[in-house]
Each structure stands twice: as C-alpha cells, then as structure tokens.
Design a protein around this ligand. Structure first.
Ligand code: P6P
Length: 341
C-alpha cells in the first residue's frame, strides 16, 4: 500500500495544480501568500497575552466595532502578503471601509475578500478565533479593477477557506472539489493534511445561536429553537446548545460533528449581523462543498448578488436536514403572518 506519509499544504496545492492543464500557478501563489499570512497571524495570536498586543487599538472599523490591536495587525499581514504575491488586483477586508486596489497589479486576475481576525471579541478571553478568506476571479483583466469587480455572488467563488486559531491551528479550504483540512505542525511550521475530504453529517444534535436575542427572533426561528430544546427520545432531543461567539469555531465544530448555526434577522437588524462577502459566502461555499446547506432564510446564500462590500445577510447554515427544517419553520410562520386565519 502506498505510504501516504505527511502531505503538506504546499505539496497538496502543487498536486492540485497539476490536475488543471491550463493552470498558470497564479492560484497557487495566492495560497502560498495566505499560508504565510496565516502562520504570521498564528504567531501573533499565540503570544497575544505576552506581547501586550491585547486590548483596543483605539480605532473603530466600518462596522463601528472597537478594533483590537490583533485585528489591525492581522489585517496588515494579509494585505501585505496578498499584495506582494502579484496575482491579486483587489482586496476587501472587514477592517477597511473601502476595497484596496493593489498598486502595480491592476491586471492581476484575482480578488480576495477577508475577515483577517473574526471573533476578535474572544481574543482577551483566549477563546478560538480565526481568519476567513474568499477568492474570486476577475472576468476582464484588460482594465483597472473597480468595486463592481468585487461585488460578485458567492457562487462565483474560486476558493474559500478559514484558519482557526484554536487548541490547534487548522486551515480548511475548498476550490469547489470538496473540503480539506490541514493542521499546523508547530515543530516544522507546516500545515499538514489531517482532515481529507471533510463531510458534514446530514443531521446533527447541536444548535448554535445567541439565545440572548431570542425575544427578537422571528416567530418561526423561536419555534425552531424551542423545538430543539423539547424532550423527545425518538429524535434524541433536546439537542445540545453550543455557542462560542466565534463564527469559525462554531461552524468548524458543526462541520465535524453535525449541527446548525443560526444568525437570524431581527426587527432591529433585518439583515442579521454577519457580512456576506467575507463571512457568509465563505462559510457557505465550504459547508455546501462538504454536503451541507447555507441559506439566508429566503434563498441560497451564494445566490445573493452583493450591493455593497460590507452587506449583511441572515445565516442558517449546517447539516442539510437541520437547516431545511429551520428554514421551513421560519418560512411557514412568515406565511401565516402574511395570511392569518
Ligand atoms: P453575537 C464575531 O463578532 C461574529 O462576527 C462571529 O464570529 C460570531 O459568530 C458572531 O459575530 C457573534 O455575534 O451577536 O452573538 O455576539
């Protein structure tokens, strides 16, 4: 039997590139940049408590959220490594109001959308956080890029991935041919293939939602959450409630164990909280490639045509059967409200 041995991310990318006869290596150069950025951010995350880089940086991002120093550092790292790789013409980031158009790369074929450090409110309490990235192709490289090039529906993603800085550091990504997970071996500073061909169970027993907002949830979402908590031996309910408050950590767990993550709309925030371009689309591509479902409650997340860079959408994502049931209960209640009696 052929000894697989260690397959590094580097080797995996080379092997994948060999499968596409017209590959130019541009895509691989982007992934090397992302891998380098991930290692640099991992280094800073792991020493956050020691190097006095915790706490607010004093500035706020476009979302009006306090920027932790690590947010800013992670953003700078990703911007620098992606800009230097020569294959990226534009970068969208949660930490920047406007898109960055990379000087000298006006004709480069790719656009990258990032959340450099998601879940940053967990930094000071040492809970898992992560980096999120999506890669899009640009159709017309003959001219300078503009915002319209960046506003593509998630179904046009060339790649999507995340890095989770947890009890171990993992990079999980898809290019549309399944999902693979790589664990960072600190001793050799290599991401090594540890979770080949990841699949999310069709069903699960975990629901992830911030129940602090329960009273503001739509009727159908309240009904689904209450259903998850009812006692029923046949369907092994009540389900387990797990909510870390870090999108990557919650979805990564559900990807492995099965489960549903919900960030529903409320009257105050009718589009929920999560951003389409660098949270929802990225996780939707990964979860769908692993056999799951990602919906806004009204449509497939990856069908939404973005109108602006930091657009928010509600998110129902995870195991196929769980998301289907949650969306049906949400929709059914909306129909009843629209046509009472
Ligand atoms: P709430 C972190 O700020 C984040 O964008 C996601 O990582 C996380 O799942 C969500 O917001 C938590 O939001 O409102 O429940 O604290």
């Amino acid at each position: 039997m052929k000894q697989q041995g260690i397959i590094t991310l580097e080797q995996f990318i080379v092997d994948q590139q060999a499968l596409y006869k017209d590959a130019t290596g541009a895509f691989s150069r982007i992934f090397r940049a992302i891998e380098l950025a991930s290692k640099l951010v991992n280094r800073d995350v792991r020493k956050a408590g020691l190097a006095d880089i915790l706490g607010d940086f004093g500035s706020t991002n476009v979302q009006g959220e306090d920027q932790k120093k690590l947010d800013v550092i992670a953003n700078d790292i990703f911007i620098q490594t992606l800009s230097r790789c020569g294959e990226v013409c534009a970068i969208i980031s949660e930490e920047m109001d406007e898109a960055v158009f990379v000087e000298g790369a006006e004709h480069a074929p790719y656009i990258v959308s990032i959340d450099p450090l998601d879940g940053s409110s967990n930094i000071d309490v040492n809970a898992s956080i992560g980096s999120i990235f999506s890669v899009y192709r640009r159709s017309d490289t003959s001219r300078k890029p503009d915002v319209a090039d960046c506003l593509q529906a998630g179904k046009h993603q060339a790649a999507a991935g995340y890095v989770i800085y947890g009890s171990s550091t993992m990079l999980v990504y898809t290019t549309g041919s399944g999902v693979n997970g790589f664990t960072l071996d600190d001793g050799i500073q290599e991401f090594c293939l540890s979770h080949p061909d990841m699949r999310i169970p069709e069903d699960g027993k975990i629901f992830s939602v911030n129940e602090g907002n329960f009273q503001a949830f739509p009727e159908g979402v309240q009904q689904y959450v209450n259903w998850c908590k009812e006692k029923d031996a046949e369907t092994k309910r009540p389900y387990g409630a797990r909510y870390i408050g870090s999108l990557i950590a919650d979805i990564h767990r559900n990807l492995i164990k099965g489960g549903i993550y919900l960030y529903p709309p409320t009257a105050k925030d009718p589009n929920g909280k999560l951003r389409l371009m660098y949270e929802c689309n990225t996780m939707a591509f990964i979860v769908e490639q692993a056999g799951g479902v990602a919906s806004t409650g009204h449509e497939r997340v990856m069908e939404v045509l973005p109108q602006e860079l930091h657009q928010r959408v509600p998110l129902f994502i995870g195991s196929r059967n769980m998301v289907s049931q949650a969306v049906e209960m949400y929709q059914s209640a909306l129909r009843s409200e629209a046509h009472p009696g």
